[in-house]
Write a protein that binds this ligand. Structure first.
Ligand SMILES: Cc1ncc(COP(=O)(O)O)c(C=O)c1O
Length: 376
């Protein structure tokens, strides 16, 4: 009989050899250029106070939800919150999931059936890939943001067809031509699903509300662990979709519901989002400033992005790791993104900008990168 330990060691060694071995980094005091806390909600003491007030004033006494939503974990508070979130995001209905991973897994694994088709952008998030894998539907990918590529796949689609994109891509930070992708999706009678994980916050309630496409998009996924600074996610769609997910989405059905503290955090973060014009402007200013200051991007290109996610392409695991380590040594928390997480030749450092980063922070960051990369 083969030994499990031997297999584990062999796989870990393979990772070490190709330079993609993962470790959990300890907490540090470096300047944050890697978290998803774009607007600073996670570190906001004002938000923390509001969450505590909400818990106390609503007599939210349960520490845990006590069970799944279909057994004992469904409270009036939860259903009211779903209605408030749906209203905020201009959707007929919404269903909360414990995380964005769970939301995508539940939606993509339960809705498309054998004989149906799922078409995703090649850079789609792992949670969507995993959901699609569990679905038994036919799966295709198209070249990143490529309308003709999508159309070619739509022509081959069978059964009900779902096209899945992100409105801001998590690894590249860029946005797709959503209206054109939607037009072509509709031309073939397919349904567009948009993951707004990284768009909510920068664009307040996301790009779909900004473009007023709510009625044309079949479903949206909004996560609360990024710009909203807490945890959890909602699938937005019509009432029929909500009922379907309650009946068939296994990552919704077979898990303990979110604790009340999580729900109160989501509620208060959504209220704060309404009043966050100042933070959104500060974030936007920092994005513009960063791009102006990063002169070394002439040598090492930045991926074209208007979002807080800015990537410098270094094109090898070695260079990406070396650059990230150099930045960390200079007090900057920047992480390398290596292959196979991204395609070989597109290894990079991924910088996440925030509303709370100061001009000094940005100067230190860009000067350090400029000096290193010019030196080559
Ligand atoms: C595009 C996208 N969708 C979904 C998720 C998963 O969300 P969560 O972190 O809430 O599980 C992520 C997080 O990495 C993401 O980037």
């Amino acid at each position: 009989m083969a030994s499990a330990e031997k297999y584990i060691e062999q796989r870990l060694n393979e990772r070490r050899i190709v330079g993609s071995y993962r470790i959990l980094k300890p907490e540090n005091n470096l300047i944050d250029f890697c978290s998803n806390d774009y607007l600073g909600f996670s570190r906001s003491s004002a938000l923390k106070n509001k969450i505590n007030e909400e818990i106390n004033s609503n007599h939210l006494v349960l520490n845990g939800a006590t069970g799944s939503r279909l057994i004992s974990g469904n409270l009036n508070y939860t259903e009211e919150l779903e209605k408030e979130i749906a209203k905020l995001f201009n959707s007929e209905a919404g269903l909360l999931f414990n995380s964005g991973y769970d939301a995508n897994l539940g939606l993509l694994s339960s809705l498309p059936q054998r004989g149906d088709t799922i078409i995703t952008d090649e850079l789609i998030h792992a949670s969507i890939i995993d959901g699609a894998r569990l679905s038994h539907a036919n799966r295709y990918t198209f070249k990143h943001n490529d309308i003709a590529g999508l159309e070619a796949k739509l022509k081959q689609a069978k059964g009900n067809c779902y096209v899945v994109i992100e409105s801001v891509y998590s690894m590249d930070g860029d946005s797709p031509p959503i209206i054109e992708l939607l037009d072509i999706t509709e031309k073939y009678g397919a349904h567009l699903i948009v993951d707004e994980a990284h768009a909510v916050g920068l664009y307040k309630t996301g790009i779909i509300t900004r473009l007023k496409l709510e009625k044309r998009v079949f479903a949206r996924i909004v996560t609360f662990g990024k710009a909203l600074g807490c945890h959890g996610a909602v699938v937005l769609g019509n009432n029929l979709l909500r009922e379907y997910l309650i009946n068939f989405a296994r990552s919704f059905i077979y898990t303990t519901a979110a604790p009340l503290h999580q729900l109160a955090s989501i509620k208060m973060a959504c209220i704060l989002l309404h009043k966050s014009a100042e933070e959104i402007t500060a974030l936007q200013n920092n994005i513009n400033l960063f791009k102006q200051m990063l002169t070394a991007s002439k040598t090492y290109p930045l991926i074209n992005s208007e979002s807080p996610i800015q990537c410098i392409l270094l094109k090898s695991n070695e260079w990406a790791k070396k650059t990230a380590m150099h930045l960390q040594d200079n007090g900057l928390d920047v992480r390398a993104i290596l292959s196979p997480t991204v395609a070989q030749g597109s290894e990079r450092i991924r910088i996440c900008l925030h509303a709370f980063n100061t001009v000094n922070d940005l100067e230190l960051l860009t000067n350090t990168i400029n000096n290193l990369l010019y030196a080559g």
